[in-house]
Design a protein. Sequence first.
Length: 280
Amino acid sequence: MLFCADPLTLSRVDQHFAAQARAVRDAGGTVALIDHDALLAGDAAGAVRRVPRDLGPVWYRGWMVPTGRYGELCAALAARGVAMRVGVADYRAAHELPGWYAAFDGLTPRTVWTPWAPGRAPDVGTVAELVAPLGGGPAVVKDYVKSRKHEWAQACHVPELADPTAVARVVARMVELQGDDLAGGIVVRRFERFAGAEARVWWLDGAPVLTTAHPDTPAETVEPDLAGVAAAVARLGRRFVTTDLVRRDDGAWRVVEAGDAQVSDLPAGVDPARLLDRLR
């Protein structure tokens, strides 16, 4: 299994993933390290130079990687005789909203999106055309992977989609704050009112192997109804994914996000062996 190295001491595991690496070693598995900073800087060959050659198939558990850089990581590892168990196409499909949205249509808030380059502010006309299929009402803005929920009023929440000038202002602020880290493009989702805590469900080859709290609320655990979600995960057809679920205020379970589980965080207090032993 590949983990991110400590950026100050590249010979040891990043402290955030240390317990997971111990669980792998305790189970007789092999741990190898990548330099996440080097990877993000475009030096994929340098990022994997500590990975033993001909290691064989590997999983990754680490910080998020932009899809383009993930492809470079796969290529650099392949040159060393190492194969990522999740290829770049599967990673993109689970990691970026346009890749997973269709599989969960009807179980997740209605959404529109458009590719967008970092650093370019959208005009009102472009934004109005994008959000027109959503009609009126409130919405949230994000990129293909992340939101600016901590700047809720400025760069995330749209009180009324029928006011294109206000929508464009929120979208432009999100794009500005994301900077070069803007992932893929602009996403606008209908706002739904939720009640209670989120659950994170981990799926391996279409089967739910672990349900945890969401990392933002590690002390609040709930057991979601997975009946409809299991069929959606099967439609998505990717090896190792997560779904974050929460009850809407009418009681329906909704998928807030899906993601590639290699870069999904475990909440504090969860024994990592409960997940990693399933991968083994």
